[in-house]
Design a protein around this ligand. Structure first.
Ligand SMILES: Nc1ncnc2c1ncn2[C@@H]1O[C@H](COP(=O)(O)OP(=O)(O)OP(=O)(O)O)[C@@H](O)[C@H]1O
Length: 573
């Protein structure tokens, strides 16, 4: 059996600091006037609902008094009043919800767009993983946590506001209706002013205190449940992502065990939740039923003493319900705090990671007129370990550089510097950007869509069908000619070598002035590799080309050689 889990402790100072940091930008943004106006409207409508509840309470008194007094005229007058009140109640209720949702979606859209922008700007989605290891899956932060943050923040704060105002209003009503309770005890006369109010508050406090006592472990259990569900989902996702490897290893029994274990953890925790909820429901149902008759029991002594009429009894019963509900909401919202705190923590970590990433320098190579040049370039790993020191290099159009060296020595990192995505570098770099730049990596990106889209990437869809067909044949993908406009999951359908050939076709299509191939033909047989490099050379005679590759057969296609020797050392041949 699992140990009793506990919810994370809430450190108030951090919570409110983080909440402020996440919420503030929207409320001071260019949308602030609309947002504040909507908020004011929603608050106004919520207060309107409390006002209408107070009117209804008054109605209860008058209506039941009319019934008790067989007063038909008053009965119809109150019926009419009810219709008016109900009309406004419905109107206010509908718009309080609609406008709140409008604020909700505006805030969510604004916040998500801001995260999107910051995440995409300057290749943040790539650079982020260089500085932040805590944000496990940014997609979930942006898609789900922002949504939950906005709706929980609004839900909790507006709910609390309404409950507090409602509590105060109905406490005042109960105080006014209740009157004193007089009794004789221990030889003297006693008077308790507004006794019903005290009884109601006591009833609500006792009820919620017991509910909390019984239900307290549920907070921790629900928190753990979410984590375990996520773990289980993650295991399933890993199988999907690594389908081929697992299938070839015949790793099903291992995976089955792992899945079984995680599912068991989900179920074990759920059993505890069920038991706890059962215990809680015993009590809440009992207390809820009692709440129906309790106000009548409390009001009975004064009613039978003819100190109050039936209308007042009904008003008391209604006010009792309102005070009870308000207190219950306030206390129950402490439950939501743990989940809310977890969302705020996750988003604050993400935001911090993003802020750290934004502090990294953006080293975009300058736009050179013709040549590609590197001067005094120092490249290092994120921890500062040097990969290349004081590198100097100049390539004129038509020159083709092969970067060589042992695995892990920093070859790809040099290309990342030239691509402007590696922030841990110093020195001057310039490439002929205006003539078109294309980086082909070992695992080419295949966008969702047609093969035509995949070939045209990263540019707009190319329209010249004959040209594309010709290129497919040239890169030995003739069997795909008929599928040019088929939509498919190309990253799964095509072998890695085929995907690499699509990438080479991209280079032949776009004809960039600066072309980089990072082991871009590693999965292609040597014969085809020779053919493809030959095609590139013929099609792009004046382009500057930089390749990284381990095969000696690549040598003949290059006329400059950079040997990376480790610890910053290099040699140019
Ligand atoms: N995102 C990263 N975070 C931390 N270290 C990194 C990151 N990317 C690369 N490195 C480190 O930088 C060093 C150089 O990596 P790089 O990919 O440039 O090697 P490489 O010479 O291209 O190797 P290979 O021939 O195996 O592709 C490696 O030690 C690697 O661990």
């Amino acid at each position: 059996m699992d140990q009793q889990p506990s919810a994370p402790r809430i450190r108030k100072r951090d919570l409110f600091k983080n909440l402020w940091r996440l919420a503030k930008p929207f409320w001071v943004s260019e949308e602030k006037w609309k947002a504040w106006a909507l908020l004011a409207l929603v608050i106004g409508l919520n207060l309107g609902i409390v006002y209408l509840s107070v009117q209804f309470n008054d109605w209860y008194g008058k209506f039941y008094r009319a019934m008790q007094g067989y007063d038909a005229k008053e009965f119809w007058a109150q019926m009419w009043r009810f219709c008016i009140l109900a009309f406004f109640w419905i109107l206010t209720g509908v718009y309080a919800q609609y406008l709140r949702q409008m604020l909700d979606v505006k805030w969510r859209r604004w916040m998500t767009e801001r995260f999107n922008r910051r995440w995409l700007e300057n290749q943040g989605y790539y650079r982020m993983q260089l500085v932040d290891r805590q944000t496990d899956n940014p997609d979930q932060r942006i898609a789900e946590d922002v949504r939950d943050f906005v709706s929980t923040t609004l839900g909790l704060s507006l709910g609390l506001l309404r409950s507090v105002v409602s509590f105060v209003s109905f406490v005042a009503i109960l105080w006014a209706l209740s009157g004193p309770l007089r009794f004789h005890f221990a030889g003297s006369d006693w008077v308790i002013e507004g006794y019903m109010l005290w009884v109601v508050i006591l009833y609500a406090l006792v009820g919620t205190a017991i509910t909390i006592l019984i239900g307290k472990p549920l907070v921790g259990l629900n928190f753990v449940q979410q984590q375990r569900e996520a773990d289980f989902r993650f295991s399933l996702m890993r199988i999907r992502e690594n389908a081929e490897s697992i299938a070839l290893y015949r790793g099903e029994s291992q995976e089955d065990q792992r899945l079984g274990l995680r599912l068991m953890r989900v179920v074990t925790n759920y059993w505890q939740i069920m038991r706890m909820q059962k215990r809680l429901t015993w009590f809440t149902s009992f207390w809820g039923q009692l709440a129906i008759i309790f106000p009548f029991i409390v009001a009975a002594p004064r009613y039978f003493a003819k100190a109050i009429d039936f209308g007042v009894v009904m008003q008391i019963s209604n006010a009792f319900r309102e005070v009870y509900d308000a207190l219950e909401f306030v206390i129950a919202s402490f439950y939501s705090l743990a989940a809310w705190k977890a969302i705020i923590d996750r988003l604050a970590t993400f935001e911090q990671g993003m802020a750290d990433m934004e502090k990294l320098p953006v080293l975009t190579p300058a736009d050179a007129p013709v040549n590609a040049t590197v001067r005094g370039l120092a490249v290092s790993k994120p921890d500062g370990t040097p990969l290349l020191t004081d590198l100097a290099l100049s390539l004129v159009p038509g020159e083709r550089l092969l970067v060589r060296g042992a695995s892990g020595v920093g070859k790809s990192t040099l290309l990342r510097v030239l691509g402007g995505i590696w922030p841990f570098a110093q020195g001057d770099t310039a490439i002929p950007r205006h003539g078109g730049v294309l980086f082909l990596s070992q695992r080419p990106y295949m966008p969702l869509g047609t093969l035509r889209d995949a070939m045209s990437y990263p540019h707009e869809r190319a329209g010249d069908t004959e040209l594309l067909r010709g290129l497919l044949i040239q890169v030995r993908l003739g069997h795909l000619v008929a599928r040019l406009d088929d939509t498919d999951h190309w990253a799964h359908v095509l072998s890695l070598g085929e995907q690499q050939r699509i990438a080479i076709a991209r280079a032949l299509l776009h004809r960039p002035a600066f072309l980089v191939l990072d082991e871009a033909t590693s999965a292609i047989d040597e014969d085809t590799e020779q053919l493809l490099y030959g095609a590139l050379l013929a099609a792009l005679p004046d382009s500057i080309m930089i390749s990284v590759g381990h095969r000696s057969s690549l040598k003949v296609f290059h006329n400059r050689f950079l040997d990376c020797e480790g610890e910053g050392r290099w040699a140019l041949a």
